[in-house]
Design a protein. Structure first.
Length: 138
C-alpha cells in the first residue's frame, strides 16, 4: 500500500563539512547514508517516535532491511542540502521510507535518491513485530 500521496514530506537541512568530502572535494558516497539516517531519525521524532523510549519502555526497535540508492549529482564542501523523508509504503512488519537529497531547497537540484525498508523487531527476541498504522500519524 503506497502512502506517499497522503503524507507530507518531512525535510531536514544540513551543510556539507570538509570531513564529509573525499580527496576530490565531493561528498563521499557513504555519507549520503549518514545524511538520510539523520533525516529519518528527525522525521520519526517529528511524529512523536522517540527510538530510545521505544527501545527502553516497549522493547521494540527499528532495523534497516534494505536500501536502494541513486547518486545523481555530487554535493561539495559548504553546500547547503535539504534531506527529505516520507512514508512510501507500510506492510505488516515493515515500511519503506522514500528519501531525497536536494541542493539548497526542494526546488534545487536533486543529488541523491533512496528507498529504505525498515522492520520493527522485538528487541529481546529479534523477531518481527506488527507495525502499528498509528505510528506514522504523528
Amino acid at each position: 500500500m503506497s502512502l506517499s500521496h497522503t503524507h507530507e514530506t518531512f525535510s531536514w537541512p544540513l551543510r556539507v563539512y570538509y570531513e564529509d568530502t573525499d580527496a576530490q572535494g565531493v561528498v563521499y558516497y557513504a555519507n549520503y547514508f549518514r545524511f538520510t539516517e539523520r533525516a529519518r531519525t528527525e522525521w520519526l521524532r517529528s511524529l512523536g517516535v522517540q527510538q530510545d523510549t521505544l527501545l527502553n519502555e516497549k522493547r521494540l526497535m527499528f532495523v534497516v532491511v534494505s536500501a536502494t540508492a541513486e547518486f545523481i549529482a555530487p554535493a561539495r564542501f559548504n553546500d547547503t542540502l535539504l534531506v527529505t523523508a516520507g512514508l512510501g509504503s507500510l506492510s505488516r512488519a515493515s515500511f519503506e521510507i522514500e528519501q531525497q537529497v536536494f541542493r539548497d531547497s526542494l526546488d534545487g537540484q536533486m543529488l541523491f535518491s533512496s528507498t529504505v525498508r525498515a522492520a520493527l523487531l522485538d528487541a529481546d527476541s529479534l523477531k518481527p513485530q506488527r507495525v502499528p498504522r498509528t505510528l506514522f500519524e504523528g
